[in-house]
Structures are given as C-alpha cells and as structure tokens.
Design a protein around this ligand. Structure first.
Ligand code: GAL
Length: 965
C-alpha cells in the first residue's frame, strides 16, 4: 500500500516534470547561438497553464457555523478556512470543468433576473484544484495568475486566505511562495467567485472565464510586466516615421530575491518581421540581494518596416538576463514600429499619414461560449472585422483579454483600450494600471479610454478623478493619447473633456460641429455611434415577435443607421473616425425589446459573427475596392408575385438589378446602399454596380430550393489539441443543387469524436435553446436560424476531429479537422486527497499519555495547535510526545474506507486510530507511512504517540498527512 501511494505521487511528479519540459517558454527560447558557441541552457522561467480538472460547485458553500469557543478560535487562524475554502472540503462529487469557464451561460434565463445580464442568474460558485509544485521553485518568484474572474473573488491557498479581488476585467496575481508546499505535498487552490454584483449593463458572464497560470521565475528575474519598449523615429515631424532610422529604447525591471548580490548582464536583440536579427545591445549592472534595479538599453533600427493595419509587420524583441554568466531569465514580445498622433484638423495620423478609424465597439461574449472565449475566437472575431473593411476595435467598456491584443497586433486591428470604472479608488486605479501594463507594448493599442458616459463628466469630482487617472496612465505610458467616451454636457464647465488628449463623442451628432468650432485645437473622435437595430437575415420585421428587418433602416432615437453614421464621419476629415455600436451582437441590452429576447440587435454581425446588412454596408463604405452584395437573399417561398424589399450594399454610384437576365430596376447608391422592391419570382437575381458608365462589381443571388441536406463549413481545416484553439463551424442547410437555404430553421444535433463541443449558437437574439452541450461535451443540439448556426469545437488530441450534424428529413453532414499537438505546457491536477491539518499537541511528558482522548472545549492553550511540516527536539526528561487529530473523512472514504498517508514521520512512533493502536514505527529515521482506514461515518480520532526514551534527536510529522481512497 505504501509503495502504491508513492507510485501515485511519483507518477504525478513525473507528469509535472514532463509538463515542465514542454513549457512554451522553452519553445520560445531565443534562437540558437552562433555556430561554435556553447549551447545556451533555457532560463528557469516557466509558465504553466492550470486549465484542466477544476472542481466546480454551483452555489455558495457556507463557512462552518461558529458555535463554540474552539471553533471560533480556530477559525481566526491561518490555514483554517472552512466550507469550500477548507483544505479538507469534500469536493469529490463536484463537477469537473476545464477553463475558461462561464457558469452564467448554462443558467436558464429567468424573467425576474437582470435583463442586462441576459436574464441569467449569476450568483456565487466555487472552484477548487490541487497542484504539486517543483521543489526547485522554492526560490525566486512564483505567481498564481488569474487573467480574469467575473466578478469578485476570494482565493485561499492551503486553507489560508491569499487574495480578495474586485472587478472582472483585470488580472489577479498572487505571490504563491508564502503559501506553497513543494514536492509531493499537494497544494489546494480554492476560489469563491461572487458574481452577484455587476460592473456593466451588458452580459458579463461569471466564473474563471480567462486563463489561469502558474508563473515561475528564478531569484534573479525580470519582474512581471517589467519589459517596456517604446519604439520611436529618431527624426522629428510627421514624416520622420517613414524617412529615417528608429530607436527602440527599452527598460527591464529586475529583481533579485536571493541572498547574495549578483553581477548581471542584460542582452537584447531585435528580430525583423522576417526573422533576421537587426539590432543587439547589452549592459552590465549590479543587482543587490533582495533588491531591484532597472536596466535601460537602446536598439537602433535602420528604416524599419512600419506597422499599420495594411501591413501589421511585427518585430520581435528578445531579452535575456545572465547572472554570474548563467542565463537566469528571458522575456520577449512582439513590437510594431509606428507613430500615432491625433490632430485637430487631420484626424488620426498613423506613420504621419491620415488614417480614418473604421472601428467597432464590442463586448466580449460570443455564441455558445459566453465570455469564456477561446483564444482562436479572438482571431476569428478580429478577422471578421477586417473582412467588414474595419481596422479598429474599442474594447467597450472594459480591459481586453491578453490574447485579444496579441491577435490584434498580428491581424492589424487598432485597439482603443478602455478602462471599466471611473474612480480614484485604489482598486480602480489598480485596474487602470493593469490595463496599461497589459497593453503598452502592443502595437495595436492606439489610445487609452478612461471611461464611458459618466454623469459626473461635468463636475469638479469628475475632473479630479480623471486628472489622477490620466496622471497614472502617463506614468506608465507617456506615449499614447488619453481619451474618454463622453455623451452630452460637452460645453458645461468644469468638464473632464478639458483633461483629454482626444475628446471622444458618443452619439451627440448635433453638438460635434459646434464643439469643433469652439475648440478648434482639440482632436476629436467618434468614440461611439450608430446603434442600428436588425435581426440577421430577415427581410421584413415583426415587432410582435421581436424581429427587426435586416435592412439598416432602424436605429435607436439617440443613434443612426450604419449608412447615416458613417456618412456623418466621412464628411468631417477632422474627426479621427468612429467606432460603431456594435461590431457583434452581445447578450443583454435587448433594446428595444425585453424578455424573452436575451441579446442585443445592434451588431453589424450577430453573436456568431455572421453578417447582417450592417456588415455589407460598412464593407461598402469602408473599402477602397469595389464592393457589391445583395441582402438578405432571394428565397421567399409563398410570396411569388409580391414586392419584397431588397437592398444592395455597394460603393458603386448606381446599381442595376436583373432577374434571370431581365433588368428590373436601377437605383442610385446612397451612403453605401441602393434599395429595391422587386416583385418576387424564383430565379437568379443579379446586381451590377456602375461607375462612370461601367460595371465595376456584380453579385448574384439564386433562389434556393427545398433543403435536402446539412452542410458543415469549418472556419479552418486544422487545429491544435487545445481548448484555446477551438474552431467555429458554420452549420447550414443546402438544396439539391448545393445552394444554401437562407430560410431554413431546422433543429439539428451534432456529435463529435476526437474533441469536444464547447457550445452552439445561431445568432437569434430571441434564442430559447440552451447553448451548452451535453454533459460529456460530445453532443449537442441547436436550430438553424435563418439558414445558419454555429458549433464551436476543440480537439482532445486523440486523432482527427470528426463532427457530424443530423436533422430530421435532411441528409447528415460531416467534417473532419486535422489535429496538431497542443503547445501550451500545463500543470496537471493532483488526484484528490483530504489533507489532515488541524492537529493538537499535548505537552511533552515524563509519563506515557493515553492516546485517543477527546479534548475538552474551551482549553485553547494547554495543548498546542500545530500543523504537519515541522519536527521538534526531543527531551530526555519528557520523552513522550502525543499528537492528536479529530477528523471527518470525505463521503467517498467514509463509505468505502481509505488510506491515511503520512509523508514523513520522524522518530519512533505508535499510530492510534479511534483509540486502538494500528501501527508501530520502530525505526526512528524519517519515513513515510500508510495506514488503512476502515469505512465509518462521523468524526474519527487519530493519534501519533512519539516514544523518545531510547531515540533522542528530533520527532514529529515532517510532511503532510492526508487521507485518500
Ligand atoms: C451607449 C452605451 C453603450 C450602449 C449603447 C446602446 O450609450 O455607451 O454601452 O448601452 O448606448 O445604444
């Protein structure tokens, strides 16, 4: 039994070692040194994902009631958390979940719940997980990092309160070292998530909805976010970006948590977008023991390739830190070379040239997954913005996920990064600082937005808060403009608008010209506009059914259609551009309806990222090349002979519409749209866009027949075996000729082999079907909505991923995706065991004490409180030492019995269970021990009696004691 237990632990340790060896930092290690140089070892930095195998409990778990003095006394001490936070909490029958996880999405919508949270009750939940930590990590820095928890959280490590965190959009970083056990002794992480409060008026999800990491750095290390680089041209003026050389000054904040001073060398290398090294620099400095210092280096780049949405060229900055000649840490980041300046007359200048911001606002939830968005879906969503002709995203109204910024750098989407809360409270200033630290090395970030639509905008309090917030931003990033999204009260005094580098207007069309005239030196931006309403794929609206025509004719009273909103901006070159509300539908704010609608209608795309008319109109307005699209479709069975509304989105001057070769009508294009009401007859509809008497673009739309089969269209043909690399797969119905049927509304089922279904959606704001899959993650159900639905799948590494969709009356569809290995190193979860920590110790005695005694309540002091992990010297005058524990086994062990495992017992000892001696450890040398525990409910008594009469030295429980199956 003993050896079995050791095998389990060793297996876990081996799994951890294998995981460590696969660390992405290793994969990203700096390129091999020049030939002839000795091979460089990897730095000891590790970043390990904690995504799999969390135990999840929906609803709160009360802390133990404090009904006697002993309980109250114990409760007040470190390591003694109770309820879900207790080390020995019985979580054996909790659900197993993989992060990111949004527990609000699976809740059934309730008309009594907050409409802006999509009528999802959010509430409280618990997450728990065990981890083993490598003993080599005892020194240095060891952080537990939660990238985002919705909304408030309390974290306990090994039963001790480790952190409280408010706010769902910024990371929580916990210094693990003072809480951690190392080696074979497991650590318990317990998180109580309280999502009863909300920070916004949109769906915010709930739970550990972003990634969780353990990050390890050596004693001499670069501190978190300690690498800051600020590329800039060496010349002055707007054309300096393109005309000359650039400098890349960088700073590295270094720490030495070790006990000795260190001579440190820092080296930096810049790689061009094609991988060629273009600049290097290095410096030597002294880093005192327990001290910090900053290294500063400057690289020079001759005439770099500049970053822009048209060419998102990324350089790679690699840094290394060597202490006493050995590599001790390294960090790298992508860098873009660009200049961004907001000008009162010319709008935004990117690399010295006017660049219109063609942006969208977006919250962060997506169909099927809520806010637990896999990294690859950020790519997908940003690609969809690019396909719409857009070049920018405002992360309204909250800090983005790190992976979104990485994708935006790569894909050339400029980011207006927004802070959530206007306040000078320490928590909110911390959140703002976290946003700036996260984004300041990212080429995509063009400006910081401090707040959105605050009623104290025109007040001394508002000004005082913004002044502090702006000063904080300036300290962390003196290079970027600060803005805010303001609405109304623009001319009132005092006004936070006066503090901004760029004044952001939300809507407020009536006042922009007057403001520009009154403040001709202020750069202005349409931080939010549009708020048009439409239901994807619908030709005619029906308010009674909460359906709005997908024709860009309806907007909220304070907003405008897509056509009108952009026309306003296009006519004002001094406006830096605009951010339409919104790029994608989002849950909550089901304006102008409410229950049972749960999602908004504002998107140019729906919740799945499927195009609406707004998408095509924006594409027409934003694209330099000819665009033409017929919308919504030409399949109206039963409406033969009736006039039907059709729009053609185009940037031509005139559109002619033809049915089966016969011209039906011509219409001018106004602000990206030509409108028609042709009489419907099945056939082939052709739209031709004309400019200067020539056809510059054409599109066709053919009437679909009855649907005969499903079709699956994956976003890409291969994926990695990681949840974060999920693929959205479009589900559609096709007719006998293979034409998509835009009016199909079939229910369907999906089943996957070789992976998981993360979620399903169809973009219907009135969707009443659950979006989450069956409990095994392998099957799910959804319905097509106006011809389309989406399944989001990820691979599990067991082979190719096979997805099958079936629907009554239709031929099934299949798709196969190739699966590549995952690249993210993970720290495996520890098999569950109940730590036994709450020991009492009798005073050492000359007489043999009686094991198995129960202690009277109220005496906190004559027996000491102790936890395993320490030994004590023996006393020849009082050679008997008794340790006592009362414990209640977890349900599974109580029912079937289990094993008590002592990691290390030091000294000659007897083990007593429920007043009966069950083992004798005669050899005093430190050794593990395993004792069978027979089944039994209720409290059990465990005693360890050390007999030090003949074996002086030390005695005690040097390692953990736990109870497992
Ligand atoms: C704005 C607000 C957005 C959204 C929008 C709807 O005032 O900033 O969050 O509510 O209205 O039109």
């Amino acid at each position: 039994m003993l050896s079995a237990s050791r095998r389990t632990i060793l297996a876990s340790t081996a799994a951890m070692a294998a995981a460590l060896a696969r660390s992405p930092i290793v994969a990203q290690a700096l390129a091999a040194p020049a030939a002839g140089a000795p091979p460089q070892p990897d730095s000891p930095r590790r970043r390990l994902s904690l995504e799999a195998d969390w135990r999840f409990h929906a609803g709160d778990i009360p802390f133990a009631p404090l009904r006697d003095h002993e309980a109250a006394y114990a409760h007040a001490k470190a390591g003694n958390a109770t309820g879900g936070a207790a080390e020995d909490c019985d979580d054996g029958d909790w659900a197993m979940v993989t992060l990111p996880h949004d527990f609000a999405l699976g809740q059934a919508p309730d008309p009594a719940a907050n409409p802006d949270q999509a009528y999802r009750p959010r509430g409280i939940a618990w997450y728990r997980r065990g981890v083993l930590l490598d003993p080599a990590w005892r020194d240095g820095a060891l952080d537990l990092v939660f990238d985002g928890i919705a909304t408030n959280a309390t974290v306990w490590i090994n039963g001790t309160l480790a952190a409280r965190h408010f706010g769902g959009y910024t990371p929580l970083v916990i210094d693990l070292l003072p809480f951690a056990r190392f080696g074979e002794e497991p650590n318990t992480i317990a998180v109580r998530v309280d999502a009863q409060d909300s920070e916004g008026w949109w769906y915010e999800g709930a739970g550990l909805y972003r990634h969780v990491w353990i990050e390890r750095r050596a004693p001499v290390h670069i501190v978190r976010h300690g690498l800051v680089a600020r590329p800039h041209p060496l010349g002055q003026g707007d054309d300096a970006a393109t005309s000359g050389d650039w400098a890349v000054p960088l700073t590295l904040d270094l720490a030495n948590s070790g006990a000795t001073d260190k001579a440190v060398t820092v080296a930096a290398r810049l790689m061009a977008p094609d991988g060629t090294p273009v600049a290097t620099a290095q410096a030597a400095l002294a880093l005192p023991a327990q001290g910090q210092t900053q290294a500063a280096l400057t690289l020079t780049v001759p005439r770099p390739r500049l970053w822009s949405p048209a060419d998102p060229a990324l350089y790679r900055l690699e840094t290394r830190v060597l202490a006493d000649g050995a590599l001790t840490d390294q960090e790298s980041c992508a860098l873009g070379m660009h200049t961004v300046r907001f000008d009162a007359d010319r709008g935004m200048l990117l690399n010295g040239e006017p660049c219109r911001i063609k942006g969208v606002c977006a919250h962060q939830d997506h169909a099927g997954v809520g806010v637990a968005v896999p990294d690859s879906l950020w790519d997908y969503r940003l690609r969809r913005i690019r396909e719409m002709g857009g070049n920018a995203l405002r992360t309204a109204h909250h800090a983005p996920a790190p992976e979104l910024l990485e994708a935006a750098d790569r894909l050339g989407v400029m980011i207006l990064a927004e802070n959530r809360t206007l306040s000078a409270a320490p928590d909110t200033l911390d959140a703002l600082a976290a946003l700036v630290r996260l984004g300041r090395n990212h080429a995509s970030v063009i400006a910081w937005s401090l707040c959105n639509e605050e009623s104290i905008q025109a007040s001394g309090i508002g000004v005082a808060m913004v002044t502090r917030m702006k000063a904080l931003v300036r300290t962390l990033d003196p290079t970027r403009a600060v803005t805010a999204a303001l609405n109304g009260a623009m001319e009132a005094e005092p006004n936070i608008a006066d503090q901004l580098d760029v004044v952001g207007f939300n809507y407020g069309r009536g006042g922009i010209d007057a403001y520009h005239a009154a403040h001709p030196t202020r750069p202005l931006l349409s931080s939010e506009d549009t708020s048009a309403l439409m239901t994807r794929g619908v030709a005619a609206g029906d308010a009674a059914r909460h359906v709005i025509a997908d024709d860009d004719t309806t907007a909220v009273p304070w907003g405008q259609t897509n056509s009108a909103a952009w026309a306003f901006i296009a006519q004002r070159p001094w406006l830096a551009g605009g951010f339409l509300w919104t790029g994608f539908d989002y849950r909550g704010e089901a304006t102008p309806f409410g229950w049972p609608s749960t999602s908004s209608f504002f998107g140019a795309m729906d919740l799945c990222g499927f195009a609406k008319s707004g998408f095509h109109i924006r594409r027409a307005l934003w694209s330099a090349t000819p665009v033409i699209a017929i919308w919504p479709h030409w399949t109206f069975p039963g409406q033969e002979g009736r006039a039907v509304p059709i729009l053609v989105a185009s940037n031509a001057d005139l559109v002619s519409l033809h049915l089966d070769g016969r011209e039906l009508a011509r219409a001018p294009v106004r602000d990206g749209v030509a409108r028609f009401t042709p009489v419907y007859a099945p056939g082939r509809l052709l739209a031709q866009g004309w400019r200067d008497g020539r056809v510059v673009a054409s599109a066709t739309c053919v009437t679909a027949g009855a649907p005969v089969a499903l079709r699956l269209v994956p976003d890409r043909p291969r994926l990695r075996a990681e949840r974060r690399d999920a693929v959205p797969v479009t589900v559609m119905a096709v007719d006998a000729a293979g034409q998509p049927v835009p009016v199909a509304q079939h229910g369907f089922a999906v089943h996957v082999e070789g992976g998981q279904i993360l979620g399903l959606g169809n973009g219907d704001p009135n969707l009443a079907l659950p979006e989450t899959p069956a409990a095994d993650g392998r099957s799910g159900a959804m319905a097509l909505f106006n011809g389309l639905a989406q399944a989001i799948v990820c691979a599990d590494g067991s082979g190719p991923l096979h997805l099958v969709a079936t629907a009554a009356g239709l031929a099934p569809a299949r798709c196969v995706l190739r699966v590549d290995p995952g690249i993210i190193a993970a720290l495996p979860a520890v098999p569950p065991a109940q730590p036994l920590t709450e020991w009492r110790q009798a005073p050492a005695s000359a007489q043999r004490p009686v094991p198995g005694q129960r202690l009277g309540d109220g005496d906190m002091n004559s027996w000491a409180w102790t936890k395993p992990g320490a030994t004590q010297p023996t006393d020849p005058a009082a050679p008997w030492v008794l340790l006592h524990l009362a414990f209640t086994p977890r349900r599974a062990v109580a029912a079937k019995g289990g094993t008590l495992r002592f990691a290390s017992v030091v000294g000659r000892a007897e083990i007593w269970l429920d007043g009966v001696r069950v083992a004798l450890k005669a050899d005093p040398a430190p050794a593990p021990l395993a004792i069978p525990l027979p089944p039994g409910n209720g409290e059990r008594l465990l005693d360890v009696l050390f007999d030090n009469r003949t074996t002086p030295g030390r005695c005690g429980l040097a390692g953990m004691v736990s109870l497992g199956p």
